[in-house]
Write a protein of this length. Structure first.
Lengths: 787, 161, 262
């Protein structure tokens, strides 16, 4: 019987009921009495000098409350970057100003120039159209390679060029890696593009700013994955509002995938403007605006070299990457191609020498930042593609080549600064071969060929690093924030529990999963536990949800706080039963004295804590509420092995995913149903990247894929049922739950297997194709087949 | 301004609205039925699907004036009379067919229209029918599974819990 | 959206009168026009909804001709034309998605004449007649280039008359994002020969592939097209496919359409 309670149970999600009945409350569902609406006038050129913004005519239009321009924000800070990368010469990255509204220049299509606040959105739009702009268009830096050439248009006039940083990792390995590659028996080289993507959570961003004249408090309702981070960044760096005067609320949030981590100009604007006009201000992004203002993802151009000795052991890896930052540094942009990418380059393999070079480049495009996986999909894709290419060059089985080079001893210190605590890559691959029925592939290929289709099989492994930590280490690496999390467990007098968590749930099911942990620890029913999240006024502190960290980091804080609750309640129980504290046992929601039949119920103890008539007042305080901060000692390292089978239509080049199997090692799993759902979603996005999605700018910096009419989102008919398995669990050794994180795995692990499968299919059809850049669209496949 | 009278979730409403008012605005702002969501402006995402005279339509691509005299059902009108989840809603919960919940109202409305037309759809028919409903969270696996289950078909052979 | 007046006449005469007003525009199912209005790319003073005119709706057939009312939705055509003209019903049943098909109309699609829309290929390949409130227009005269038709301002498509061919099929290769036709080919074998209409591919909108028509008229089989390739001149070149790729697809899809037509 599968468990129906506590850790390991596939409990149905309690939050579903409100979402299924239309009762969820998303930010756009919030209207504050008397609110005005803002329309941002955005640049329609990628690069230009602002000579004049004439608002005179627009100000006189019906319904206009006030029009703001860059000048209104002179005394206000810019949007900060949360991670300072140090380049390979020891110098800090270049960090240009990022104003709330453009000043002097516009730097990408969509850069906000002015903001019209009016009684209605229609009036705001009407007035925005009446603003007269005098913008002198400048040549744009769009292509990264061209942007680094001498004489290229400079995105920021105060910088000497468009290079944000030139990062080497591990710089001390540089020469040794060069030497190893020179000495290798075989070197496989692959040049590839990890294309730019748009996260496109289905809920576009929304911000509602409110100001209370009586108290001087500001409130921001926003679509955020991490309301406290927004409060910190916006309050401390942009608007100068102390934490106790600023409340940030992120209610139900319709997906994030990274794009709702960052602090955006529109949030600062609405908070600022609400105070300036003494009226609530609401902004709702259209999808069209989202394409021009949400931070985008990926956009790496990479050359990777894999060196092997005569026995096909990996001896060195050298990579060289151009990473697009876009026009400004978004909140965590600088960390993605460096610490979230370079540290992953060992993958699942014992390669002794690795050197990663990344040049981050400013261009006249929308800023780029973390998108599901953030750096790790880029690392995995290049590594798993180059291994596949090496196997083909050497004429060996790609799975055998991987197996031969697997790390098998744990803990394992990689040459890229991280130490994997646990894993079992052989077992995950064994399991994959079984569930994906790899031995039956040859027969399936024959059947496809009989229909005139080419069939291919692609396999890859991946390693993830979740719950990025500890804070003192990431501080040394340049992070400007701590990466702990916090939880407060408030036990109420009647025994029900409110848990205030710093993690934010926007699809992950925390409201269901976190109570399962507490229920297991206390032996009470989940229904007695409620999770409170998303409101900085209700939760002591928190760092939010990203990087597959919620359960590993915030869940651990919750465990620690619950342990404190258990300790205190045992003291109370011991007093009530006149027994020694050491003899008290907590089981099934009951405290008993070991070896006796004496017991008190959970509710008796919690009531005593609040009605302390019979209570050890001399030893402990009344009440039952505990807070814990948890700062992990290491990352967690989920890993897995994925297999994809495709059919390629040789007539049209269209690729169809026929089978997809994923074996993941997430350590312990609290709710298998939810974990599998996370993997499904990640695979869906990974298939989207592999086959469909592409964010494309023309040479003038105009976004060509600026709506769902041109940006191909995966639909139900683009994907199959997935086989997923997480039975090969090696629990994390350093957090109390032994959990690793599962949110990004699917997106990291799936693109290489899809592309490997397409290459396999084409080669089986006699086409000498060694690589196709993503998305592997029908057009690209056809081009590859036809030389 | 246009005067419109229609029946929404069984209740007759009459409003005088601007000529350019879309059904999404009418439902969300005039009636405060915020379960109908807006996820795009090109009529593709399907987060706004409602039923007008029994047919699934995109509320973002229809004016309130076009619904004069119509019977409109939104996600708020889908639960059973006693307030419990209906068969489709329950199947979505049972099979984890939603994550962030934003596309969910549209998915449920489309699924309901599908099952009315085709009570026992195949997997391929379900996937085809959902062409105009984009979900970014689930990879569609559990949505398709939930709809199969809601139609009374056996889903035990489909991988996962 | 800019503001405008909205009227919903119940008869064709009222609609014609309303459309005679200054800057009045007809609204069919709105599945293209409404997104356009949202982008503020159109600013009518009055929007005249044709959705309330019962006379524009419905599918009927007699004497080998299928007549589809101009206000008939794709969903209705998919359901009601299936027994008489299955290729047309199948085409209608694959336009957009179910919710779009419940609103979008044949008249709206043809009046807009999007170069990637499906219906124009059916009308052209079937040698259909576009009937308006003032006249009848032969398909070959109706389509006049990208978003351009023979319609006069204020003219309303009341019906489309399709001579039902002996054999026909439509194959659409979808643009992966919009799911419009990257290339769509409609092949129809009628009493007067074979017509092949191609949508999605050309900068000039839907067109007939005359070389294929000639080859198929003497031998209606996929093999008759061997060695024949469409010219890439004037074809659309965009981020979803080059002109050469579209030309290639025209050849592949035409063969598949012939095979499907049987």
């Amino acid at each position: 019987m599968p468990k129906d309670h506590g850790i390991g149970a596939s409990q149905k999600r309690r939050e579903d009921v409100r979402f299924l009945t239309g009762a969820g409350q998303y930010t756009d569902d919030i209207n504050v009495h008397g609110q005005a609406y803002v329309c941002f006038l955005r640049s329609d050129v990628a690069h230009g000098r602002i000579n004049k913004v004439d608002t005179a005519e627009a100000e006189a239009m019906p319904g206009v409350v006030r029009i703001f321009t860059g000048a209104d924000f002179e005394g206000v800070g810019g949007l900060p970057c949360g991670w300072q990368v140090t380049d390979r010469f020891g110098q800090p990255m270049k960090e240009p100003a990022h104003p709330v509204l453009a000043r002097g220049k516009v730097r990408h299509v969509g850069d906000p120039i002015a903001a019209v606040v009016a009684d209605s959105l229609e009036e705001a739009r009407n007035a925005a159209e009446a603003i007269v702009l005098d913008i002198e268009e400048l040549p744009a830096a769009v292509n990264m390679k061209a942007a680094l050439e001498a004489g290229a248009p400079r995105v920021h006039d105060d910088l000497s060029d468009n290079l944000c940083y030139d990062w080497g990792f591990v710089e001390d390995n540089r020469d040794a890696v060069d030497a190893a590659i020179k000495a290798a028996a075989h070197v496989t080289t692959l040049e590839l593009v990890n294309q730019r993507l748009v996260a496109n959570p289905m809920e576009p961003r929304v911000a509602v700013g409110d100001f209370n004249r009586a108290t001087g408090d500001s409130t921001l309702y926003t679509t955020s994955q991490n309301p406290h981070v927004i409060r910190l960044l916006m309050g401390a760096f942009v608007l100068g509002i102390p934490e106790h005067k600023l409340r940030v609320v992120a209610p139900d949030v319709g997906g994030g995938f990274g794009s709702k981590i960052f602090h955006y100009a529109e949030e600062a604007f609405c908070t600022f403007a609400a105070k300036a006009i003494n009226r609530p201000v609401k902004w709702t992004s259209s999808r069209a605006e989202a394409f021009l203002s949400d931070a985008q993802g990926r956009d790496h151009v990479t050359k990777i070299e894999l060196a092997l000795d005569k026995d096909n052991n990996f001896t060195a890896i050298r990579t060289s990457t151009l990473a697009n930052m876009g026009a400004y540094l978004s909140t965590f942009a600088s960390s993605v191609p460096t610490w979230l990418h370079g540290t992953l380059m060992a993958g699942n393999y014992k390669t002794p020498l690795i050197y990663v070079n990344v040049k981050a480049v400013f261009t006249n495009t929308v800023p780029v930042d973390a998108y599901r996986g953030a750096g790790r999909p880029e690392a995995t894709f290049q590594l798993e593609r180059v291994i596949d290419k090496a196997a083909r060059e050497l004429g060996v089985d790609p799975i055998a080549l991987r197996r031969q080079n697997f790390i098998t001893q744990f803990p394992y210190a990689t040459p890229v600064a991280v130490e994997y605590d646990t894993g079992n890559y052989v077992a995950t691959m064994d399991r994959l071969e079984e569930i994906a029925d790899l031995s039956g592939f040859a027969a399936r290929r024959k059947a496809s060929e009989a229909k005139g289709m080419l069939r291919g099989l692609g396999v890859n492994c991946y390693i993830e690093a979740c719950g990025i930590a500890p804070s003192n280490l990431v501080g040394q690496l340049g992070a400007r924030a701590g990466l702990y999390d916090a939880a407060t467990v408030r036990v109420n007098a009647t025994g029900s529990i409110s848990v205030m968590v710093g993690a934010h749930s926007h699809g992950q099911g925390h409201e269901t999963v976190f109570p399962q942990v507490i229920a297991e620890m206390l032996g009470i029913d989940e229904s007695m536990v409620e999770i409170v999240h998303g409101d900085s006024s209700k939760i002591p502190f928190g760092m939010g949800t990203y990087g597959s960290r919620s359960l590993a980091v915030c869940g651990s804080a919750m465990v620690r706080a619950t342990e404190k609750i258990i300790n205190k309640s045992k003291k109370i129980a011991a007093h009530m039963m006149e027994a020694a504290e050491a003899d008290i046992e907590l089981k099934d929601g009951k405290f008993s004295v070991a070896g006796t039949d004496k017991s008190v119920a959970w509710g008796d103890v919690t009531l005593a804590a609040y009605v302390p008539h019979n209570y050890p007042l001399e030893d402990i305080e009344p009440g039952l509420e505990e807070t814990a901060f948890y700062d992990p000692s290491n990352f967690t390292y989920p890993s897995g092995a994925y297999a994809c089978e495709v059919e390629v239509d040789p007539g049209t080049g269209k690729v169809t995913i026929e089978k997809f199997a994923a074996v993941d090692d997430f350590g312990n799993v609290v709710n298998p149903m939810i974990v599998e759902g996370q993997v499904h979603g990640g695979i869906g996005q990974g298939i989207g990247q592999a086959l469909l999605e592409n964010c494309v700018y023309d040479e003038n910096g105009q976004l060509l894929s600026a709506s769902f009419m041109d940006y191909a989102m995966p639909r139900a008919s683009d994907v199959p049922f997935y086989q997923v398995d997480h039975s090969c669990a090696t629990p994390c050794t350093h957090n109390p739950l032994g959990v690793k994180g599962c949110g990004e795995a699917g997106a990291i692990g799936s693109p290489p297997s899809v592309v490997n499968a397409v290459i396999d299919a084409l080669q089986s059809g006699g086409h000498n194709v060694t690589h196709i850049d993503m998305p592997v669209s029908p057009h690209r496949v056809w081009q590859a087949m036809n030389g | 301004m246009v005067d419109v009278t229609m029946k929404v979730n069984g209740k007759t409403v009459t409003k005088s609205v601007k000529g350019n008012m879309l059904m999404t605005e009418f439902l969300r702002e005039e009636l405060r039925l915020t379960g109908t969501h807006v996820g795009c402006d090109t009529s593709q995402c399907g987060a706004c699907v409602i039923h007008v005279n029994g047919n699934a339509v995109k509320a973002c691509t229809m004016f309130a004036g076009e619904c004069a005299g119509a019977e409109v059902t939104t996600i708020e009108g889908m639960a059973n009379k006693d307030g419990s989840l209906n068969v489709i809603q329950q199947a979505f919960q049972d099979h984890h067919g939603l994550q962030c919940g934003f596309c969910t109202p549209g998915m449920v409305m489309s699924a309901s229209a599908l099952l009315k037309e085709n009570p026992k759809p195949s997997e391929a028919e379900i996937r085809h029918y959902l062409e105009g409903n984009i979900c970014r969270c689930t990879g569609y696996h559990n949505i398709v599974k939930a709809i199969l289950a809601a139609s009374g078909q056996d889903v035990s052979a489909i991988a996962a819990e | 959206m800019y503001s405008f007046d909205f009227v919903r006449p119940a008869t064709l005469d009222e609609a014609v009168a309303a459309l005679a007003g200054e800057e009045a525009q007809a609204l069919g199912g709105g599945q293209t026009l409404i997104p356009t209005l949202k982008q503020r790319l159109a600013s009518p003073a009055t929007l005249v909804s044709l959705g309330g005119i019962a006379a524009l709706k419905g599918v009927s057939s007699s004497g080998g001709t299928l007549t589809v009312g101009g206000g008939t939705t794709h969903g209705t055509v998919a359901a009601e034309a299936a027994s008489v003209y299955p290729a047309l019903a199948k085409l209608a049943g694959n336009i957009g998605d179910p919710a779009v098909r419940n609103r979008g109309t044949i008249g709206g699609s043809l009046a807009n004449n999007d170069p990637s829309a499906c219906y124009p290929s059916a009308v052209l390949a079937s040698n259909a007649t576009v009937v308006t409130n003032t006249r009848e227009i032969a398909a070959d005269d109706y389509f006049q280039g990208l978003f351009t038709t023979a319609l006069e301002p204020g003219e309303i498509i009341t019906a489309v008359k399709f001579p039902v061919p002996q054999k026909a099929a439509y194959i659409k290769f979808e643009q992966p994002a919009s799911r419009f036709a990257l290339v769509g080919v409609f092949v129809a074998k009628g009493a007067d020969g074979v017509r092949v209409a191609v949508t999605g591919a050309s900068e000039g909108g839907v067109f007939r592939w005359s070389e294929a028509e000639a080859a198929l008229s003497s031998n209606f089989s996929a093999g008759a097209l061997d060695g024949l390739s469409a010219s890439a001149d004037g074809l659309i070149n965009d981020l979803h496919g080059s002109a050469a790729y579209r030309a290639h697809l025209i050849g592949v899809l035409t063969k598949r359409a012939v095979a499907a037509a049987g």
